[in-house]
Ligand binder design. Sequence first.
Ligand SMILES: [Zn+2]
Ligand SMILES: [Zn+2]
Length: 100
Amino acid sequence: MSKKILNTAFQCEQCGAWVEPLTNGSFRNHCPYCLFSKHMDDKPGDRASFCKGLMEPVEVYFHSKKGYQIVHRCTSCGKIHKNIVAENTVQEDDFLSFIC
Ligand SMILES: [Zn+2]
Ligand SMILES: [Zn+2]
């Protein structure tokens, strides 16, 4: 099995937007428009989860070291994930409208 993390475009299952891969060296795991994610990982980036449930954004908060983070909750199994927002890339996260 290859351990390469896929960094490919995908279509958001929540809003239908076509989401391009990040260009800032990180990899995308949530939609920049509706901020929904998908339960793909057991640990961040491992893509090992069998759940594949939609993860809804429940909170955005500012972490003094890591910057803005989005808290996702899986609508299938209830698992909580924290994600750093995508900035300095194509299709930056529209997280400010989530806060306001
Ligand atoms: Zn979306
Ligand atoms: Zn799940």
